[in-house]
Design a protein around this ligand. Sequence first.
Ligand code: GUN
Length: 292
Amino acid sequence: MVLLDGKKVSNDIKDEIKAEVDKMKANGEKVPHLAAVIVGDDGASLTYVGSKVRACERVGFESTMVRMKHTTSEIELLQKIKELNENDAIDGFIIQLPLPPQINTQKVLMAVDPSKDVDGFHPENFGRMALDMSTFIPATPFGILELLERYDVDTKGKHTVVIGRSHIVGRPMSILMSRRGWPGNSTVTLTHSNTKNITQIISQADIVISALGVPNFLKAEMVRDDAVIIDVGITRVEDEDAPKGYRIVGDVDFENVSKKASFITPVPGGVGPMTIAMLLKNTLLAREQRAN
Ligand code: GUN
């Protein structure tokens, strides 16, 4: 079994990005600037955005965190997005999801200038991704592709089963794994809450990408010998013994599934850190595109 070490790979990527930023600085060029908008005070979202801002500091990017109260109206958020679109200092920005119920997420994501949409959530960018055109690929699926590539995982002709059809992970992942090239060229089954015989389908998978959010859903007896297991689950589970009072648990029963897998991502330290590294990569790309 080979551990797909997202913590190590994400640190390698950050070092690579930092080297690029150092070159930009030495040449007197503007460094990338990422802004993150967070509406409300959901603990998990604040933690994620905090990690994104810290990662910017580590690689030498500028960053701006925009905090808006949970009662923010859609009009107020759209106004903030307009400001960020028009602000030449900002190369890319993200709107942390989920948004409070009074705000229409689709409307908000469509208001982001596609050239600054480093999350790759705008329909224009999502469409470009589906059509094999160059674009910002959503950070979590992009991170999974990067892990498969850096560990030289064979995906051609393999049966990839994606669990979960979210717009952020499952849906784009299913498209990316079926694209021409590598990592890709897989035969993809996208499963979700209405899928019949899901355990039978999973048992036929060469590659399982689980983005369900149900702790320890995937058990050893459900997967084939030598399957590649990608665990996107990050559920907070109460734990009195943990320093923060909770720990992060994946979708996969790691202890037992890892005995059967050929490659597997741990939680934490697998896909999670990759997401942040790829957001930085998209922001660097956004800066380079604005400079040209
Ligand atoms: N919420 C959960 N994942 C993400 C992400 O990748 N980007 C944003 N903006 N919000 C999220």
